[in-house]
Design a protein. Structure first.
Lengths: 271, 150
């Protein structure tokens, strides 16, 4: 009886192995998991291997070409507004809400200067969530969290960001999402040091968690735009938080030289 | 003798009724915010905030707020909140902290709105906290009292 069972087990394992081999899904992943790709009957037996290390911020590379911005959306709070006001890439789409609280992204409308004359005349109320829901851009940059910096925890904030990233992915599976960590401002009203640094650490830890969980990129502006004191370079802001013209150009340079190159990290092998 | 006893009991009941101070508010938070918004003509200014994100705005102590309703404006300070709570003191503290944060933001982005936050109406009973921030603070105060039966 025992011999018979063992024999059956062996047969079952052999059949299963054969089925797996035939299906062509035996890829051994490198660092990351395979990026989900829509099934293409023409690519039967091909595997996409994403070897990007999502636990680290995007590193330096040569500046990306100008056409990249044709397909890029920069969305966030008033800090992102500096790109709208002083940015040099006119082909980029920049959307922001002053004083945005991410938990109220469905309620808070775009600032008036972002609307067309027609939209203003029609009293259209467009939220940043509307923009993110409808975007078809290939590269989406998100900068959130500074208005929530006094929060005692960032759990619900993280959940909301998680939902947004999932929505972007669902609407466009090929989208590249970049979460921008909060850079260290000179000061925040009613939040003196060391509380400010502690809250920034909590916020950025949550942002990194969301990035890692969803396999999206994150950018650490502190590694480039900070001074010796560990806060944003004084000359780059007009109030210790919001970028001025010089700061915006430095921010733009950082973004241009910190793009994850799919062609380097993502390989497709066909058998 | 009987008359005196009845009068005394009546007097005691009356005194208890006045001195008891706090009591419960009737109505659910959603109906109460709707009434405040209608009475104070805030319909065009504020919009409803999702229930599930309210704890992430106010950070109430765990299990102290059972029902809530919150409406807010995006560019202005105006907002209306009604919170059913087992601990009005703790709930009120969280509401005040929220308003302090909102004030700090408005000081930077819309300083002319700060006075509304400084004069926010916050009223409570044993089980309900009402918060109103709007232009007509006098009417807001009366509205809160009316809803809380004070």
């Amino acid at each position: 009886m025992m011999i018979c069972l063992n024999s059956l087990k062996r047969k079952a394992i052999s059949l299963l192995s054969a089925a797996v081999l035939l299906s062509g899904n035996t890829a051994v992943m490198a660092e990351g998991e395979a990026t989900p790709e829509p099934e293409d009957p023409g690519n039967y037996g091909c595997r996409v291997i994403d070897s990007y290390d999502y636990t680290t911020p995007v590193g330096w590379s040569d500046a990306i070409e100008e056409s990249y911005y044709d397909d890029s959306l920069f969305a966030g709070d008033s800090r992102m507004g500096s790109l709208f006001l002083y940015g040099t890439h006119e082909n980029a789409e920049v959307r922001y809400v002053t004083s945005l609280n991410l938990l109220m992204i469905d309620n808070m409308t775009l600032d008036e200067e972002e609307l067309t004359e027609e939209q203003i005349e029609n009293e259209e109320e467009i939220t940043l969530m509307d923009v993110l829901r409808e975007t078809t851009k290939a590269n989406v940059y998100l900068l959130f969290g500074i208005n929530e910096i006094r929060n005692p925890n960032f759990d619900l904030f993280g959940e909301k960001l998680d939902e947004i990233v999932a929505m972007l992915r669902e609407n466009n599976p090929a989208v590249d999402v970049y979460i921008i960590l909060a850079y260290h401002p000179d000061e925040i009203t009613n939040l003196p040091e060391p509380d400010l640094s502690e809250h920034l650490l909590m916020l950025n830890t949550k942002l990194i968690e969301v990035a890692q969980k969803n396999h999206v990129y994150y950018l650490n502006l502190d590694d480039g735009l900070n001074d010796a004191e560990g806060t944003v370079i004084d000359e780059y802001t007009w109030d210790g938080l919001h970028f001025n013209v010089e700061g915006t150009h430095a921010f733009e340079d950082y973004l241009a030289t910190h793009v994850a190159r799919r062609e380097v990290y993502v390989k497709e092998t066909c058998e | 003798m009987l008359k005196k006893l009845v009068s005394s009991i009546a007097a005691v009941i009356l005194l208890l009724g006045c001195g008891g101070g706090e009591k419960s508010a009737s109505g659910n938070p959603k109906d109460m915010t709707a009434e405040i918004i209608k009475d104070l003509s805030l319909t065009d200014k504020v919009s409803e905030v999702e229930d599930r994100v309210i704890p992430g705005l106010f950070f109430f102590e765990q299990d102290t707020v059972s029902e809530s309703s919150f409406y807010a404006a995006d560019k202005l300070a105006d907002c209306v909140g009604v919170f059913r709570t087992s601990n009005p003191e703790s709930c009120e503290k969280c509401v005040r902290t929220y308003l302090e944060t909102r004030k700090a933001q408005l000081e930077m982005y819309a300083p002319s709105e700060v006075f509304k936050v400084d004069n926010a109406v916050i009223a409570s009973t044993d089980d309900t906290v009402v918060m109103i921030v709007c232009d007509d603070l006098e009417s807001a105060g009366k509205e809160a009292k009316k809803l809380l039966g004070q």
